[in-house]
Design a protein around this ligand. Structure first.
Ligand code: KIV
Ligand code: ZN
Length: 399
């Protein structure tokens, strides 16, 4: 048994529970082998996540192995194993975590009437009993038990309060209220979370787990933190079931950038965000879309001439985050048809042609603008060709 190092606290510390290797991994195009999960886990440790959910051991041998190896090889981080609220699942999760230094069993059961009626075919009383029994059993193996009320945002509030109270009495230290189907909106989610946080007080940490079906996973998670949640479940690049989970990089950077609204600490080393995103993209079958906040290829690219001009005069005109603070080497200006002379001149200098005369720069600019209409953007090689042509032209004139 290990001493729990996470306690309900009065500090504005928000714990980051990363589920890239579980909820993220179970979505199309994202499955990972055990060695791939180990590589990603090493990066998540560097990133500073507090809890890492490594798999769902009853689901497959691979998931069992992943939880076993990740929890053995990364003793410094708390490792969670998912289980339904059944004896077989919990025993399997406990076996996978046997050698873990900081094990967490994360057990869940659905609590909404829709799920009870159509999926579980159980009454509310039966589900409450299953939940309590599951938490009690999990506590026989580990001290750190998290309970999730699946589909919490479509669960009748009085019942959600009753089951939250019951699992905490049974020994759960964290109560997670997932927006499983991404149905919630910030005001509604905050209201629910606030009620459960007030009910449980210091006895347990309230956790949030949001899916992005309406594009609100990050906003919902932040509203919940303001209402008293102290754990956010999220994934790198926002991968996860259907439209994905709350994106780790976004939720963390909102708290860092807008401390005036979200005065909470996380343990995330933000300089590792971009490297972690890149590593994940290389392991799974797709990367973030180019315009994805924080880690997308265009997240720090400025193309419009007015923007480029302002940015080159002072970065703060168009950049609210220093790219280096999230591990992006430097802001990139995309040279395309909206780009202005100032940006082109800067690129010419960066490409090693600082000595170009104003006439030569003009000639490069002319070639560039006449070609730009039919192009989405230019590579450095293409710009070099324009420069070389301009230099040649100037040489012809002289000779
Ligand atoms: O979305 C969900 O409800 C889940 C639970 C298993 C936590 O992923
Ligand atoms: Zn989920």
């Amino acid at each position: 048994m290990t001493e729990p190092d996470i306690q309900p606290d009065k500090q504005p510390r928000v714990y980051i529970f990363d589920t890239t290797l579980r909820d993220g991994e179970q979505s199309p195009g994202c499955s990972m082998t055990v060695p791939e999960k180990l590589r990603m886990a090493a990066k998540l440790v560097e990133l500073g996540v507090d809890i890492m959910e490594a798999g769902f051991p009853i689901a497959s041998e691979g998931d069992f192995e992943a939880v076993r190896r990740v929890s053995e090889e990364f003793p410094e981080v708390r490792v969670a194993a998912l289980s339904r609220a059944t004896t077989k699942d919990i025993e399997r999760a406990a076996a996978a975590l046997e050698k873990a230094k900081r094990p967490r069993i994360h057990t869940f059961i659905a609590t909404s009437d829709i799920h009870l009626q159509y999926k579980l075919k159980k009454t509310r009383e039966q589900v409450l009993e299953d939940a309590v029994r599951a938490v009690e059993l999990a506590r026989k193996y580990v001290e750190d038990v998290e309970f999730s009320a699946e589909d919490a945002t479509r669960t009748e509030m009085g019942y959600l309060e009753a089951i939250s109270e019951a699992v905490v009495r049974a020994g759960a230290g964290t109560v997670n209220l997932p927006d499983t189907v991404g149905y919630s909106v910030p005001e509604d989610y905050a209201e629910r979370i606030g009620r459960i946080a007030r009910l449980l007080g210091e006895r347990a940490i309230v956790s949030v787990h949001c899916h992005d079906d309406l594009g609100l996973a990050v906003a919902n998670s932040l509203a919940a933190v303001k209402a008293g949640a102290r754990q956010i479940e999220c994934t790198m690049n926002g991968i996860g079931e259907r439209a994905g989970n709350c994106s780790l990089e976004e939720v963390v950077m909102v708290m860092k950038t807008r401390r005036d609204y979200y005065p909470y600490e996380t343990g995330i080393v933000t300089e590792q965000l971009y490297p972690a995103s890149q590593l994940l993209s290389g392991i799974i079958t797709f990367g973030p879309q180019p315009n994805k906040a924080i880690v997308g290829a265009n997240a720090f690219a400025h193309e419009a001439g007015i923007h480029q001009d302002g940015y080159l005069k002072n970065k703060s005109t168009y950049e609210i985050i220093d790219p280096r603070s999230v591990g992006v080497p430097e802001g990139k200006l995309i040279l395309g048809k909206h780009s202005g002379r100032h940006a082109l001149k800067e690129r010419v200098k960066e490409l090693g042609y600082a000595e170009l005369t104003p006439e030569q720069v003009d000639r490069v600019y002319e070639r560039f603008t006449s070609a730009a209409d039919n192009k989405k953007g230019f590579t450095n090689e293409e710009i070099t060709e324009f420069i070389e042509a301009a230099i040649e032209k100037a040489a012809e004139k002289v000779s």
